[in-house]
Design a protein. Structure first.
Ligand SMILES: Nc1ncnc2c1ncn2[C@@H]1O[C@H](COP(=O)(O)OP(=O)(O)OP(=O)(O)O)[C@@H](O)[C@H]1O
Length: 790
């Protein structure tokens, strides 16, 4: 008959902590409470089959979720109550040779460690269990009973022995024996003689546990801790050993990194914690769904808890709840997890071993079962089964007889730290009797083989005695059994290797992904740094040149005044290598494939200057209009014709800067034409100037170029529209400027800039008079210098 025991759930709400904002949306309701759950703050917490946890839906406060559990503890509950109600009855189950697992689950800071470990004044489940184990130890006079303890933590998905000093603690492998039992290899087990001795060992070991401070918990567990107390009961008369165990698991809490304020180390821990808890959820889900494959192997935590979830142990889940508002969603998650877990059915078995030497296998030997211990555990399991338990619980080990004698290694308790079996019960030199009841047991297979071999024995060959026939059959059965065992071992080994390979591939992939991401991030970082460096370099240069004028005036932005760089650049022209390179690059860029360049090549020097001036004038008109990108383009075209004009280069840089930084660019008023006779000393220049002066009002076209003067005269003579003759005379300019825009621009730019230059009042409006004069002087230079240099 199938013996099942559902995982039992106890929910515990911790009291409010100092500074915590708590509302009344999470309550423990006991039978007899009114509909508002007003009695949940009764002085004594309650334990009842019909208690439930009530949580108001955070999205719709009119809706209340109810989570009924066989045990619900409110914020006034004591450690003693929880122990008496839910834990103590399990002690006798342990002494009947069954494995019991109690685990505390909940969000970080919900009180798991408090419940399991407690404090000196309020000892939790662990110290109370050990005390009770010692108290019960001598009540089974037919057994010689000894207790031992092992303690491990799963930190970032690696298992460490907490009973050895941290420096010496290697990562321990999790393995599975051929009967499908999971165990931690080389985990030490320490015999204990008294509760006091245990406490000493435990306190020391707890200091080895990974604990860290987060925003939510000053001493937050960064690992899952599993303490196992094992009772070994030797029955001398029957020469059998009964092994009962209790696993006490303090899980690390699920974490929301936004709330915990985790740093990089804590984040890595948190990721491992959350991942293992998520796999735990998947395991529970798969068990509920009756999935063909349960993902125990996806984390070490679930592999180790395998026996407690759908395995062969009796399990109690203590669900810890935090009352704070900030935990509301986590509380709902925890309760949902608990609801799903309570449907999981385990099939507890009695772990009993026959220490007598193996009898010769006999095909017709009657199967001997350990009825006394089975009966004891069966009745105990029935006693602890709550209303949620599915039917009569009956532990059985149908193959104990079949296994008899073959597993005769006695557990070694002689030395103080002996690598021993832990959860699941099988160490490298110690065999458990627990066989999975859900189909994979080697023992069952052996039984069926035994049965399959039986028929030939019932038809003895003629001429052989009964003993001879029996011997032959026994030999055949032994051979078959050995072959089967070898096959199963090979299968397991293959499976294990495949799993290892798969994990290695996953790890490899993940590390490659991480490396690629890190490289990309580093490259991006370098690019950003380089950009920042360039920008600040550029900014520094400009700031230096602007240091004579305040950044802001009357709260409004003052853009970089044009021409302000002139003295500086002149002075440091040869030294400013970067600027030179940039200018050269700009020249190259615009020279390459530029029609203007080709045209400039065939123009005379004078025509080049004139065309350049024309472009400057147009560019200036655009910049005054705020159309900086077009202006920039025109200035660059002008540069094609007058590549050596330093003023022009400065202008281009200034406008580039303004465009790049989204700043306005306010050009100074158009400078007055210079008296060329004053500036120029060469007769050649004077002659050219004369020619230009003569042609000033006729807007001459020379070699297809349009002079700045022609545009200027058009501007001054026309208040609207575009001069058609200019269209004919300036084909190059028309290509860059639509007539309509040009007309607008003519209207807008018609202003008496000559007067402006000379009127102190106007200059004062912009601030510093001296500065203004200087600026305008330099402005003037940009355009006039074209003539001068020609
Ligand atoms: N029932 C309780 N009575 C009084 N204080 C409690 C109770 N439960 C928890 N606390 C207090 O709440 C705080 C957080 O509890 P605890 O460290 O046990 O949480 P935890 O769930 O183990 O957290 P983590 O997962 O981060 O380790 C502690 O200061 C603890 O003393």
């Amino acid at each position: 008959m199938a013996a099942t025991h559902k995982v039992k759930i106890a929910a515990r709400l911790r009291p409010r902590l100092e500074g915590e904002i708590v509302d009344d949306q999470l309550k423990v309701i006991h039978p007899g409470d009114d509909s508002n759950g007003s009695s949940s703050n009764s002085s004594s917490s309650s334990f009842s089959a019909t208690s439930y946890i009530a949580v108001t839906n955070p999205r719709d406060t009119s809706q209340i979720f109810k989570f009924p559990f066989s045990s619900c503890y409110d914020e006034n509950s004591t450690q003693e109550e929880i122990f008496r109600n839910d834990v103590e009855p399990l002690i006798d189950v342990v002494y009947s040779g069954v494995t019991v697992t109690i685990f505390a689950y909940g969000v970080t800071s919900s009180g798991k460690t408090h419940t399991m470990q407690g404090t000196k004044s309020q000892p939790g489940v662990i110290p109370r269990v050990v005390r009770a184990m010692f108290e019960r130890k001598d009540t089974f006079p037919q057994y010689r009973t000894s207790l031992s303890v092992s303690y491990m933590e799963i930190y970032k998905d690696e298992v460490y022995d907490l009973l050895v000093t941290r420096e010496n603690a290697p990562k321990l492998p999790v393995r599975e024996n051929d009967a499908g039992m999971v165990f931690v290899a080389n985990l030490s087990s320490v015999p204990i003689e008294s509760a006091e001795e245990f406490e000493q060992i435990y306190n020391q070991a707890t200091r080895n546990r990974s604990v860290g401070s987060t925003n939510l918990n000053r001493a937050s567990s960064r690992s899952h801790a599993v303490l196992t107390v094992e009772a070994t009961m030797i029955h001398d008369d029957s020469n059998t050993t009964l092994t009962g165990k209790i696993n006490l698991v303090d899980l690390a809490g699920s974490e929301n990194n936004k709330q915990t304020g985790n740093d990089a180390t804590r984040m890595a821990e948190s990721a491992a914690i959350n991942k293992s808890l998520s796999v735990l959820g998947q395991v529970v889900h798969a068990l509920n769904q009756g999935a063909p494959r349960i993902p125990y192997r996806n984390s070490r935590l679930t592999r180790i808890l395998q026996d407690a979830l759908g395995g062969n142990s009796v399990a109690l889940l203590i669900c810890n709840l935090a009352p704070g508002v900030k935990f509301r969603q986590d509380t709902l998650n925890t309760l949902n997890f608990a609801v799903r877990t309570k449907n999981i059915e385990n099939k507890p078995v009695v772990n009993e071993r026959d220490n007598r030497p193996a009898p010769k296998p006999h095909f017709s030997a009657p199967t001997t079962t350990q009825t006394s211990s089975k009966a004891a555990s069966s009745s105990l399991l029935q006693a602890i089964a709550g209303p949620s338990t599915g039917g009569v619980v009956q532990a059985s080990n149908p193959t104990a007889g079949a296994m008899r004698g073959r597993m005769s290694l006695a557990p070694n308790h002689g030395s103080s730290r002996v690598p021993r079996a832990s959860l699941g019960g099988v160490g490298n030199h110690y065999q458990s009797f627990a066989l999975p009841a859900n189909g994979g047991a080697g023992g069952r297979r052996l039984t069926s083989i035994h049965e399959r071999q039986a028929p030939p024995a019932q038809a003895p060959a003629p001429g052989l005695t009964a003993e001879e026939i029996e011997a032959k059959i026994s030999k055949a059965v032994s051979a078959a059994v050995e072959a089967e065992v070898a096959r199963r071992l090979a299968e397991k080994e293959k499976e294990w290797q495949e799993e290892q390979k798969r994990l290695e591939t996953v790890i490899q992939e993940k590390s490659e992904e991480a490396a690629a991401a890190a490289a990309a991030a580093a490259a991006e970082m370098n690019r950003m740094n380089e950009m920042n460096r360039r920008q600040s370099e550029e900014h520094r240069r400009y700031s230096r040149s602007r240091s004579r004028t305040p950044e802001r005036k009357d709260g409004r932005d003052v853009t970089l005044p044009s021409g302000v760089l002139t003295p500086l650049l002149k002075k440091h022209r040869d030294l400013d290598q970067e600027l030179k390179e940039r200018l050269l690059e700009l020249e190259r860029k615009f020279e390459k494939g530029n029609k203007e360049t080709q045209l400039a090549d065939v123009l005379s020097p004078v025509s080049k200057k004139k065309t350049g001036r024309a472009y400057v004038a147009l560019a200036r008109a655009h910049s005054e209009k705020g159309d900086l990108e077009v202006a920039l383009d025109l200035y660059r075209k002008a540069e094609t014709y007058v590549p050596d004009n330093i003023k022009l280069k400065e202008r281009i840089i200034e406008i580039e800067w303004a465009v790049k930084n989204g700043k306005p660019y306010i050009p100074s008023p158009k400078p007055p034409r210079k008296q060329k006779s004053k500036k120029s000393s060469s007769s050649r220049l004077r002659k050219e100037h004369r020619v230009e002066s003569e042609n000033e009002n006729t807007a001459p076209v020379e070699d297809g170029g349009l002079t700045a003067d022609s545009v200027t005269s058009s501007r001054e003579s026309s208040s609207s529209g575009f001069d058609g003759s200019a269209t004919m005379k300036a084909p190059l300019l028309l290509a860059t400027l639509p007539p309509a825009e040009f007309g607008t621009e003519l209207t807008n730019t018609k202003r008496p800039y000559m007067e402006d230059v000379k009127t102190p009042v106007k200059r004062q409006r912009r601030g510093d008079v001296g500065y203004e004069i200087e600026t305008i002087e330099e402005e003037r230079e940009v355009e006039v210098s074209l003539e001068v240099e020609a």
